[in-house]
Ligand binder design. Structure first.
Ligand SMILES: *Cc1c(COP(=O)(O)O)cnc(C)c1O
Length: 428
């Protein structure tokens, strides 16, 4: 069911999921089993040698989780990939095969707040580091790369919204330096953008968001284009040299599946950031309606953004789908079906008005999440971006007078009415 001639919405329903060979079950069963029986000792040895592909133990692979990874790979146009326990796990899983102590990444300054924290502080404990740059300044991106840089990292539609990254330009720079471009495609989803078509090597997801779609599951995924030559530069020994922790196998010899097999046989095996089968099942069901939901998310976001832009209580709306946005033209190139459903609103009255607004919302839920069927609001400066320095907050588009909206799939007029009444309270 992964025939390449099927269109996106067909793959979203079918890819990775044949009727169950044992029972004929049409929906992907939840294989709630830790281990899988070997046919005999020879079969077991072949599986452990990667001579045969099959299931051993669910920390590494599980049929339900595997179906999810295959479906996301089909949607992203990837050669392969893995599902894992969260979006943040996916980021570590993406970097793990590339990095060693002393290595760095060059990352966009416009990223999900939690990612900025992960890259600023936590990865340092592995001996890795990140240099943050404004990805609109391509010369600065180029200048930040040194001999220890192992990847560029950016988001397609950058959290907290309204910014679209020029993926083609970023991929061009990565190519010139012989390093992969990693794109967090969480807020765009492959329905709006397939970063590999713009030159990305790896795509990471928080499947917690639009892919699952209804705020039920925490999960992540790492997808690989299969086209990067890991042996060309000597910069990626985990992939290009014999792996002592996997009986001397050189993963690059597996060709397009090198990164994926390393992620399973070493990454998931030893880091254990595994997705559970129940979670994978919910996310598979969510993806079945991804196209329908994204269409409505985008249509609603456009209506709400247009209404807000014309409201005198609002200073600025950063939706890249508005012709007034500096990223409007870029969005038409990178995300031609729409600029997503996540954007920020600068409210007159500053920090205090924002806090009042959030508390006055009735239909919108005040939560640290996005990409739910429900409309969500958050005030980044007092929550998700609280750990950042003031200038980091501004660079990330999360200044104190900014609220972030994640527009749901409810009726657009109801969404607008709720904003209308809450803005009145915020101004009072
Ligand atoms: C939520 C999010 C993450 C982190 O994902 P979790 O599933 O919460 O770990 C990373 N990047 C972006 C863009 C996100 O929205």
């Amino acid at each position: 069911m992964t025939a390449p001639n099927f269109a996106f919405d067909t793959l979203a329903v079918h890819a990775g999921a044949e009727p169950d060979t044992a029972t004929g079950a049409r929906q992907v069963p939840i294989y709630q089993s830790t281990a899988f029986v070997f046919k005999n000792a020879d079969h077991a040895a072949k599986l452990f040698n990667l001579e045969e592909v099959g299931f051993i133990y669910s920390r590494l692979t599980n049929p339900t989780v595997q179906a999810l990874a295959a479906r996301i790979a089909a949607l992203e146009g990837a050669a392969g990939g893995i599902a894992c326990s969260s979006g943040h796990a996916a980021q570590i899983m993406a970097l793990f095969p590339l990095m060693q102590p002393g290595c760095n990444i060059v990352a966009s300054s416009r990223l999900y707040g939690g990612t900025v924290t992960q890259f600023t502080h936590t990865i340092r404990r592995f001996g890795w580091s990140a240099t943050f740059v404004d990805t609109d300044d391509l010369a600065a991106v180029e200048a930040a790369i040194d001999e220890n840089t192992r990847a560029l990292f950016c988001e397609t539609i950058a959290n907290p919204g309204g910014y679209v990254t020029d993926l083609d330009a970023m991929a061009g720079i990565a190519d010139r330096h012989g390093i992969p471009l990693i794109v967090d495609n969480t807020t765009a989803t492959p329905w709006l953008c397939r970063p590999m078509e713009h030159g990305a090597t790896l795509v990471v997801h928080s499947t917690t968001k639009y892919l699952t779609g209804n705020g039920t599951v925490t999960g992540g995924a790492v997808m690989d284009s299969g086209t990067f030559d890991w042996s060309a530069s000597g910069k990626f020994p985990a992939l290009s040299e014999p792996e002592p922790a996997y009986h001397g196998l050189t993963f690059a010899s597996l060709g397009a599946m090198a990164f994926t097999f390393h992620s399973i046989a070493v990454g998931l095996r030893d880091l254990g950031m595994t997705m559970n089968p129940q979670g994978a099942h919910y996310t598979l069901m969510g993806i079945e309606t991804l196209g329908l939901r994204m269409e409505r998310h985008v249509a609603n976001a456009r209506k709400v953004a247009e209404w807000l832009e014309n409201d005198p209580r609002v200073e600025r709306v950063t939706y890249a789908g508005l012709p007034s946005s500096p990223y409007y033209e870029r969005s038409r190139k990178i995300t031609p079906k729409g600029a997503g459903a996540l954007f920020t609103v600068t409210v007159k009255g500053g920090y205090d008005a924002c806090v009042k607004l959030v508390d006055a919302m009735k239909l919108f839920s005040h939560v640290a999440n996005l990409g739910d069927t429900r409309s969500l609001v958050i005030h980044p400066a007092s929550t998700t971006h609280r750990q950042l320095e003031a200038e980091q907050q501004v660079a990330a588009g999360a200044a104190p007078n900014v609220v972030r909206l994640s527009i749901g799939i409810e009726d657009a007029d109801d969404i607008i009415s709720d904003l209308d009444q809450a803005l009145s309270v915020a101004m009072s």
